[in-house]
Write a protein that binds this ligand. Structure first.
Ligand code: ATP
Ligand code: MG
Length: 246
């Protein structure tokens, strides 16, 4: 039972924190994941905690990329498993994507807990857990470079929510089309990915599912750098609007 009163002005943000703390207590989330959430939260605050028109455009482009992919894969880490496991399963279902558990801070026990949480959320096939199909990708140090040969390794389009920059760069070097959810429009991941949805994954994933459910997704002109620049301008405008005036 939540201790946060519904009337609290920051209730939504606090509920999300609560889910992460529960995810930490049940062995899904790494300590570092809690801190990474803090960085995300800051940008969410600056963006006004809503889906911007730029994020909506990126969601549309992402839906088109997933619908036209031959072998799409969704990468899941601890934070994502704690925040939106059911939505990940739904998205995989509507796009025909595979789900792979892939952790920055590799840890077998945490991996097992994440698999359990995804199964509970309805996932049938989960990749990234069979050491026989583990493949190494180049350009990363040992702990961070393992992917599944039937998953990310084989994928043409990968969705990597809340990913680290080094790993995103390595995926791009492998020739993958990379889609990410990342609240920081200035991160290396945001700048390296082909499509960056600058929005809270909790808020934006349902919008992506809705977009993917449409029977015909139109191809739209999309430029990620331009979209990110537009997002930064939006933050600037928000800051001026909300600046305290003496
Ligand atoms: P990079 O390695 O890409 O330069 P970083 O080192 O600053 O980024 P990481 O911890 O590697 O950050 O990646 C986590 C990213 O996920 C951060 O950019 C953070 O803003 C973002 N993030 C955290 N929580 C959420 C969330 N709920 N929704 C969307 N993005 C989030
Ligand atoms: Mg990083």
């Amino acid at each position: 039972m939540s201790l946060i009163p519904k009337s609290h002005p920051r209730a939504k943000s606090l509920y999300i924190r609560e889910r992460l703390v529960e995810g930490f207590d049940s062995g899904l989330v790494a300590k570092e994941g809690l801190m990474a959430h803090g960085r995300g939260e800051t940008f969410d605050y600056l963006l006004g905690e809503k889906t911007s028109k730029h994020a909506q455009k990126a969601i549309h482009a992402a839906a088109f990329a997933l619908a036209s992919a031959d072998y799409p894969v969704i990468s899941v880490n601890g934070n994502v498993a704690a925040l939106c496991p059911r939505e990940i399963v739904k998205l995989a279902k509507v796009t025909g994507a595979k789900i792979e558990v892939n952790l920055f801070y590799t840890n077998q026990i945490r991996k097992k807990n994440i698999v359990k949480a995804l199964r509970k959320a309805g996932a049938k096939e989960i990749l990234g857990i069979n050491s026989k199909s583990a493949k190494r990708i180049s350009g990363l140090d040992s702990a961070r470079r393992v992917v599944d040969s039937n998953g990310i390794y084989k994928a043409d389009v990968v969705l990597v929510p809340l990913e680290d920059g080094d790993r995103t760069i390595a995926l791009k070097k492998m020739g993958k089309k990379v889609i990410t959810f990342d609240l920081n429009p200035l991160s290396r991941t945001a700048k390296t990915a082909d499509i960056t949805i600058v929005d809270n994954v909790v808020r934006a994933i349902n919008k992506l599912i809705l977009e993917c459910k449409k029977s015909k997704i139109q191809k739209i002109p999309y430029n990620n750098k331009k979209n990110l620049a537009g997002t930064v301008l939006e933050i600037k405008k928000n800051l001026s609007r909300r600046m305290p005036h003496a």
